[in-house]
Design a protein around this ligand. Sequence first.
Ligand SMILES: Cc1ncc(COP(=O)(O)O)c(C=O)c1O
Length: 419
Amino acid sequence: MAGGWSKFGERYTRPTGALELMQDLGVAMDGEHATLLLGGGNPGSIPDVQAIFKRRLAEIAASDESFERLVGRYAHPNGERRFRRLLAELLAGEYGWKLTADNIVLTAGSQAGFFLLFNLLAGEFSDGSRRRILLPITPEYIGYTDVGLEEDHFVAQLPDIRELPDNFFKYRVNFDDLTVTDDIAALCISRPTNPTGNVITDTELGKLDRMAREAGVPLIVDSAYGLPFPRIIFTEATPLWNDNVILCMSLSKLGLPGVRTGIIIAREEIIVALTRMTAVLSLAVGSVGPVLLEKFLASGEIISMSQKLITPFYRRKALAACELLQAELDGIPYKLHTPEGAFFLWLWLPGLPIRSAELYERLKDSGVLVISGHHFFPGVTESWRHRDECLRISYAQDDDIVKKGIGILAAEIKRSFAE
Ligand SMILES: Cc1ncc(COP(=O)(O)O)c(C=O)c1O
């Protein structure tokens, strides 16, 4: 372009972790390159779940009314009303939350929802002040990193590390150093956490909820992997919502990333603002996800499907991946974050002689895609060697791919330590 891009263009076309990850994923998925995909956040293929969705699609195709709503009409900019009403009823029934369809807005995937939400709440204000999103614990989701319209959209804190038996460890929120200063617009955590598989405890969550309320700012809880669906969570955890919590959900990890449906549950003022933003940005959000799923919300099958099919699928894969990695890395100074949810192993290699970004490149050359840990510290300005000693490894793909990938990964790690 002769005159270059606009500032907006420059901001959103520069290389980012999210772009690298999605491009790697796209190349691996096109089938032309023999790449073992242990990188992206693509969910696994669960045949029984896919069969349920396929049947439902056929049912919709056979019904004029459903088909019309699926593809033939713009929805309201806050998303399909029937889906929102059924979801509100389901959540009220399951958890006793006092909410209605008016507390729910749908977005074009939760990534797009975070773009709207983070820029609605934080950034530059008309009085010239600036507010930022506080991430009380990192590592945290790579996708938050570059969504801010301006630099420095996030301020974040490093975790405490609790060492556990058998080379496991768990990150905890460092409450001793956590303060919600006046320039904070909201707190945000993912639970289960992408990339670590951490599920911050009910006590930690309760404390963050109180701190946010006392500071008069919302607590955003990203439940893309959590409760009540898709329930990729292997520990006891109680979900939280109240009028100060903004709960973000997604249909992606049910096995439906292609429908691009995100869900934001919040007090009405926030829902109205997000609805207005959607109308400008995209008129309406897609109806395919909502119409596909509404029947399972009405029957509650979305919960039983998550409990009976999705949780056990990922629990088994988590265990298998841990065992493989533990066997392969015997003799190497490694630690694994205890896998409590989502579908990643977070591997920490204390004393790794090269940076994890270099290890990522070497692995890519060897045909294995993982993600370098350094991407997962949005808003952290302190230097910390730990950031460059970690990898995120997805175990969502088919068992033979995970097995082969972990074998190559372990060999490359051993080579790096031997240099
Ligand atoms: C923690 C977390 N939040 C949000 C998202 C975005 O999901 P989507 O835009 O597909 O709804 C992801 C995707 O991987 C994620 O891992």
